[in-house]
Structures are given as C-alpha cells and as structure tokens.
Design a protein around this ligand. Structure first.
Ligand SMILES: [Zn+2]
Length: 415
C-alpha cells in the first residue's frame, strides 16, 4: 500500500501532526505518528490534502501572460481572448496539448481538482483523464461568439455530459455570462440543468457593466436577473461576483458557491470582490486561477491574503489554505478536502527549501509563503506527478511543446 511520510502531516488547515505517515489505497487507510527519532530522518517534507481551482480556463493557458498587459476585461477579451478562442475552435486538438501544460503547472502548486469552463471540453476531458486529475467541466454557452448560436453551445455541453463517463470528472452546464445570453436563454439553460439533475457554472458580476447592461437592456437589476433565471435553483458555481453586494443574502440563502480568482480580478481591473462580507454572511467562497500569468493556486492564496487584508487586520494564512482545499473540495462535491480516514487519497507531498528550519515551523505558512515545492501528487491513491513530471502522460514535454509550436505557426496575434 502506498505510504507517504512528512515532518508535518496537515490533517486540515488548523490541525497537523509532527513526524507522521499517511497510508492509502484509493482512500486513506491510516494516519500514524512516527517516533521523533525516526521523524528526524525525513527531509523537510509536508504532506497535505490536494487543492482545488474552482474556476479555470485550461485552453487559455497559452495566452496567460496577456492578462498582465494592462488591458481592462472587455478590451482583453476583444484583443486577446477572442482571436485565440477562434483559433482553438478551428484547431480543437490544440486544446488538449495546451491543457496538458496547464495541468502540469497546476499540479506544481498541489492542485488535484479543477473546475474548467470553456469549449473543446471533450479535449479537456481527455487531458484530465490522461493526467489523472479530477475535474468539473462545462461548456461556456453563449449566443454567438465561437458558436453559431445559443443552441449549438447548449448542445455541445449536453453532448459532453453524455460522453464524459469517468467518475473522476463531473459535468455541469455553463451559461457563460448575462452579457452573452438573453435572460430567457440563460433561464432555459438553468431549467435544462434542473431537468437533468446537473449543476451550472457561470460568470456573474465580474464587472459593473453586467449590472448596467441588464438595467439598460432589460430593465432588470442583477438581483431581478438572479431571481428570474432561477440562479441557485440548481447547484450553482458562480465565478467572480465582484459586484455582488446586492446579492449577498440571495447567494447565502440559495447556497450559491462563489469562485474567487484574486489575480485575474486585479489584473483585468474588475475590482475587489467583497469576499470578507461574503464569508461573514455565510456565502461559500473558494479560489480559482481563472486566467492568470501563472497557473499556480499558491500565487492566488498569496494574492488573496494581500488583497483582502490590506488595511484590515493581520492576514490569516490558514484561511487562504482553507478556501483552497476544504472549501474548494466541498463546493464541488468531491469530499471534505481534509486528510481523514476513508477520504479519497488526494495527497500532496511538499518539499521545503533546504535552509528552512524545521524548528517551530508552521507547515501552512511554509506552503503559502515559504517556497515549498511539490514533490509528489496522488489522486485517488494513484501517483500522477513526481519531480515536475506528469507520470501517466506518455508524450514527452518536448513533444507536447513541439505539437503546440506546429499549430502556432498559423496563429496571428492582433496588435
Ligand atoms: Zn472565467
């Protein structure tokens, strides 16, 4: 039976054991402490549960740095995202190779579960299965854009839900955002999800323009819209919700799960989501990479702490770790997000820099702030990542990049 040991085994964001081991098959079978003498032989390692990125676009990994060019969201979408997305749409298999690289970087920050919303999602599904990471997938349904019309997007999402049969992956419907669907179309997606017993994944109130658009075009406030389309009538994962103060009571009473990508919101000038108010009022919050210059959830934990505590008390590092593990796993319905007996064995072994003292170490700080590196990752007890490499993908990193380069010859960036 696989067994991993560490100077610290983090059971949850608040409790850890010194010098201990975790034994597992598909699920965790035992967690036991070592004698302190044996423990001293361990090499600066910390064992934790895996992390979850609850809002990500793996297919946009190739253009990740473009979000740091100083463009506001709508400009970035027009100049950077659309041209790339149209290119991906005409070269669907490119999504597979780009997703492999994106997943590799996510694994380097201990991510074992990803909620992805985009198109070419069957290729994303294949990448997830080949890499061995868990997923929650949806198609970004919009009226136009990369699709001929709304119906084509919906049909692609329904097709994905019929074909994605691996139990490590679940499918939702993905009404993209209020500005790319009419309220009636959005409502139809929610009702279809309800009929099929599926959840939805959506972008809501990423920018103030969502509210202004709904008001000028349909005479609706954001709250009217949420009620009208039945948001929260099904399991709802809502990305961003930067401008959602007016929705707090609605989000909390309906159990809507907010996915918060701090770097993306900051770099694209969306604003600062009222996350502290959400948490205080019982709204569920987890973390997502969305599109960011690195696909590292550790970078988002740091940003979360800097962004939301700026001028408001002392950052609580364990809180960031909690929303990246426990909240993410629970919000996507994949388990407790803690290392406990009989939980699925999604386990990460981190190695600390050699000069970090083990004396008085806080293992959570060592991960979030201390430059701990991911050494090994297991998902459902299967090793999927070791020393920077994807274990189960039999195409070399060089070949993956060569394939991408080949496609890129035909891509023209619009400047
Ligand atoms: Zn997004």
């Amino acid at each position: 039976m696989p067994e991993v040991c560490g100077n610290y085994v983090v059971l949850n964001p608040y409790v850890w054991l010194k010098n201990a081991c975790v034994v597992f098959k598909e699920r965790i079978e035992d967690i036991y402490p070592l004698g302190s003498e044996v423990g001293e032989g361990l090499k600066n390692t910390v064992v934790t549960h895996g992390l979850a990125s609850t809002h990500t676009h793996l297919g946009l990994y190739q253009i990740r740095l473009s979000v740091s060019e100083g463009l506001p969201l709508d400009e970035w979408v027009k100049l950077r995202a659309w041209p790339w997305e149209k290119f991906l749409r005409s070269n669907p298999q490119l999504t597979y190779y780009v997703a492999l690289n994106a997943l590799k970087e996510l694994l380097k920050s201990g991510v074992t579960l990803v909620a992805d919303m985009h198109f070419n999602e069957f290729w994303v599904y294949k990448a997830l299965i080949d890499v061995g990471v868990k997923g929650d997938l949806s198609v970004a349904i919009m009226d136009g854009g990369v699709f001929e019309n709304f119906e084509e997007g919906l049909e692609e999402n329904l097709d994905l839900s019929r074909r994605a049969s691996d139990p490590k992956v679940r499918v939702r419907l993905g009404p993209c955002t209020p500005r790319l669907l009419t309220p009636l179309q959005y409502k139809e997606v929610v009702e279809t999800a309800e009929e099929l017993g599926l959840g939805i994944h959506t972008h809501i109130a990423e920018v103030l323009d969502d509210e202004l658009w709904l008001k000028s075009r349909y005479g609706m406030s954001l709250r009217d819209f949420a009620h009208y389309v039945g948001l929260g009538n099904v399991d709802t994962l809502a990305a961003h919700v930067v401008w959602g103060e007016s929705l707090i009571e609605f989000l909390s009473s309906k159990g809507v799960k907010v996915s918060h990508p701090p770097r993306s919101n900051t770099l694209l000038g969306d604003g600062r989501a009222p996350i502290k108010s959400y948490l205080k009022n019982g709204v569920r919050v987890s973390l997502g990479v969305d599109v960011a210059p690195t696909y590292s959830l550790v970078d988002d934990m740091k940003s979360y702490l800097v962004l939301h505590y700026e001028g408001e008390g002392i950052p609580q590092t364990h809180e960031a770790f909690k929303i990246a593990t426990v909240n993410g796993y629970q919000d996507l319905g994949f388990g407790s997000g803690e290392l406990t007996l009989k939980e699925p064995a999604d386990v990460v072994v981190w190695e600390l820099p050699k000069d970090v003292s083990k004396v008085g170490l806080n293992p959570i700080s060592s991960i979030v702030w201390g430059g701990a590196k991911v050494k090994e990752v297991y998902v459902n007890g299967v090793k999927v990542f070791e020393e920077g490499n994807l274990i189960n993908v039999h195409v070399s990193a060089d070949s993956i990049n060569a394939k991408i380069e080949e496609y890129l010859k035909d891509f023209k960036r619009e400047d």
